[in-house]
Write a protein that binds this ligand. Structure first.
Ligand SMILES: NC(=O)c1ccc[n+]([C@@H]2O[C@H](COP(=O)([O-])OP(=O)(O)OC[C@H]3O[C@@H](n4cnc5c(N)ncnc54)[C@H](OP(=O)(O)O)[C@@H]3O)[C@@H](O)[C@H]2O)c1
Length: 282
């Protein structure tokens, strides 16, 4: 039977994609990870060592793979052509995790992260592989990054990113499972959102309700956020990309029905996510 290869399988989205695929049992699942010994993936998964920055290291994982779930963890698409060539030598199609911020009408995207995804989508379309693009809205699991602040101070301090319909990573994974295991999605671009548009303050409030004590959001100027992020040891190029996206994105009222259309279940709310993950904030 043709196998599905998941990249980014230790990450927020890839790990639940693996879990969804294993639970569905529709096809054998493989994962390619940088540190197999630390991957902690289900026993049903064939785990291969490999690094997306070294395309030759992916050969063993790709041999015998039919479909690839591709997470691109870099801020530039520079290394992507060689990786896509390696994929195309072995596999038939790729499902790419992109961003709902990509604007098809724009010559240049508003920030470096959306530009990266626009560049990746273009390279994938030209790769000769069959493809499906999943454009995810802001992913609920980003809120994991607030856990330490909430546990210590009952507050989240950060730049006030525009309100948007935050999507539960398990809904991205449920869609990915359908697309990875069924025919009929070739050439489709799916925009995946949660069910309601929420500001950061509203997300933080939902976490407070889930843990049973008030938690507040305090907006800080971008310059202060930059200093803190650099002091936390984040790479400067990542800090600038994140802040550029925080500053340049405007409020999005887009709520799609794609999750429900493809999975048959309504998109999960951020409140549900917060209740499921309450323990990390307590
Ligand atoms: N966060 C959002 O709101 C959002 C919204 C739309 C789209 N996206 C896109 O979603 C993707 C990230 O998804 P995520 O949240 O699941 O990310 P994540 O939790 O940061 O996971 C990144 C994954 O990539 C792996 N990885 C990193 N460098 C690698 C390398 N050189 N070779 C192979 N694997 C490598 C990591 O593995 P290790 O265990 O080895 O580190 C990890 O499994 C990005 O492309 C992002 O732009 C994010």
């Amino acid at each position: 039977m043709s196998e599905i290869l998941v990249t980014g399988a230790t990450g927020n989205v890839g790990r639940v994609v693996v879990e969804e695929l294993v639970a569905a049992g529709a096809a054998p699942v493989r994962a390619v990870v940088r540190r197999p010994e630390a991957a902690g993936l289900p026993g049903e998964v064939r785990v291969f060592g490999g690094d997306l920055s070294r395309p030759e290291s992916l050969e063993a994982a790709l041999k015998g793979s039919d479909t690839v779930f591709l997470v691109w963890p870099f801020l530039t698409a520079e290394g992507a052509p060689a990786v896509l060539e390696a994929i195309a030598r072995q596999a038939r199609r790729v499902v790419y995790l992109s961003s709902s911020g990509v604007d098809d009408a724009a010559g240049r995207q508003t920030d470096p992260i959306n530009q990266l995804h626009a560049d990746m989508e273009r390279l994938i379309a030209a790769s000769g592989l069959g493809w499906t693009v999943l454009r995810a809205n802001t992913i609920a699991s980003n809120a994991r990054g607030w856990a330490e602040q909430i546990r210590a101070t009952d507050a989240v301090r950060g730049p006030d990113i525009a309100a948007t319909a935050v999507v539960h990573e398990r809904d991205i994974a449920a869609v990915a499972r359908r697309v990875l295991t069924e025919d009929g999605h070739e050439g489709a671009t799916y925009v995946l959102t949660g069910p309601e548009v929420l500001s950061r303050a509203e997300q933080v409030r939902a976490i407070g309700e889930a843990i049973g004590r008030p938690v507040r959001f305090e907006s800080v100027p971008v310059a202060v956020a930059r200093q803190r992020m650099l002091a936390d040891g984040r790479p400067p190029v990542l800090v600038e990309a994140l802040l550029a996206s925080a500053e340049s994105r405007s409020r999005s009222d887009v709520v799609t029905s794609t999750v429900e259309g493809l999975t048959g279940a309504p998109a999960r709310s951020f409140r549900t996510w917060a209740e499921e993950h309450a323990d990390i904030f307590r």
